[in-house]
Design a protein around this ligand. Structure first.
Ligand code: SF4
Ligand code: SF4
Length: 123
């Protein structure tokens, strides 16, 4: 894992905002979102939880916000990213063809780089 000083340098001139590692969420994927909300009805976590940030549109918005450097790769970002079922029902409903599932997987990779899992055993 990179040292803090290295990350500070990387963040200062990083065109991907607060994404610091390879395979960050792809702008070509998230820029297609037109915020229409047609995906909301299809999303099981939005239907169950009723919060915008737990919807496809909200998740894409958060992914964009990290790319703009507006929010960090923190717990508030990780929660909706990992609550997503990756079922891709939203993609079927989306008229713009936003690849939400792929964006979620890319976002998870960034979170796991920032906060690696330790598991139960330390060998
Ligand atoms: S992901 Fe697709 S359906 Fe959902 S708000 Fe964006 S453009 Fe609309
Ligand atoms: S992939 Fe995630 S955001 Fe899309 S419908 Fe499934 S749970 Fe909702």
């Amino acid at each position: 894992m990179a040292k803090l000083a290295e990350l500070v340098v990387k963040k200062a001139d990083n065109p991907k905002g607060n994404y610091l590692w390879e395979d960050a969420p792809d702008e070509d994927k998230f820029s297609a979102c037109v915020h229409c909300g047609m995906c909301l009805e299809a999303c099981p976590t939005y239907q169950e939880l009723g919060h915008e940030h737990q919807s496809p549109r909200g998740r894409v918005h958060s992914i964009v916000a990290v790319a703009k450097g507006e929010i960090e790769l923190n717990e508030a970002f990780a929660d909706p990213v990992f609550t997503c079922l990756d079922c891709r029902a939203c993609e079927t409903a989306c008229p713009a063809g936003v690849q939400v599932g792929a964006l979620i997987e890319e976002a998870r990779g960034q979170v796991r780089q920032a906060v690696p899992l330790t598991g139960f055993l330390h060998c």
